[in-house]
Design a protein around this ligand. Structure first.
Ligand code: SF4
Length: 227
């Protein structure tokens, strides 16, 4: 497993205020947000780790990657003609968990959440650029355990097993219910693809604020999701 832990995180107070829609905030709030950003810039260590793995045996609804058997028909179909994949984990970093806002102000707590999200984004973007450059990848897609009923969150422990000592190297641990701590972490499998795939295309959930692609019932049928 390779760890990327020297990832730039150049967030500024102005950027933070813009992201939090606080450009009109009162001077006291601006000062508090500025102090928070300074503290975050000092300690933040966004990180990502990944491995190179090869696709093995496939059944109707499972696919073996390395020595790990994943139970997901959608993942299996997506990897039909793929040989090499990149299991990964990216995180905002445990260091940001140590920052405790001095103020009980909800806005400051909210801003800390946005800072953690920005740190996670820095890690995922850096990882994608690293993989694209190092392995000369073209278009890629990814799947994440827990994003679809077809690939439940319980499969996260298999992904961590496949990656190896994630907690020791990147500080991210799994709870008994397979959630990652810090929460602003993401894991999944990146794979080369000719047609871009997004889990949201197969997810009928309405009013999801994080939806990144429209639900596509025909595509769901093609994957035979839930059958
Ligand atoms: S629509 Fe929302 S819940 Fe469904 S896969 Fe996309 S982000 Fe997840």
């Amino acid at each position: 497993m390779e760890i990327l832990d020297n990832i730039p995180f150049p967030i500024t107070t102005e950027e933070m205020l813009r992201r939090a829609h606080l450009t009109e905030a009162d001077p006291e709030t601006v000062t508090e947000v500025g102090e928070l950003v300074e503290a975050a810039r000092e300690v933040a260590r966004p990180k990502a780790c990944y491995d190179v793995a090869y696709v093995g045996e496939k059944t109707e609804a499972t696919v073996t990657i390395g020595k790990t058997v994943f139970a997901s028909r959608v993942l299996r179909v997506n990897l039909d003609s793929v040989e090499r994949v990149f299991p990964y984990m990216a995180t905002c970093g445990v260091e940001l968990e140590e920052i405790k806002p001095t103020s009980q102000d909800m806005i400051v707590t909210y801003c800390l959440d946005i800072i953690k999200q920005a740190s996670l984004s820095a890690a995922t973007i850096h990882l994608q650029e690293h993989l694209t450059g190092k392995f000369a990848l073209g278009q890629t897609s990814q799947m994440n355990p827990g994003s679809l009923e077809d690939w439940p969150i319980t499969e996260q422990s298999k992904l961590f097993e496949l990656l190896g000592n994630v907690e020791e190297l990147a500080g991210v641990r799994l709870t008994d219910s397979c959630l990652m701590i810090p929460q602003k972490s993401v894991s999944g499998i990146i794979f080369p693809t000719e047609v871009k795939f997004q889990s949201c295309q197969l997810c009928p959930r309405s009013n999801c604020p994080s939806r990144s692609a429209p639900y596509n019932p025909q595509l769901s049928q093609a994957y035979r999701v839930g059958q």
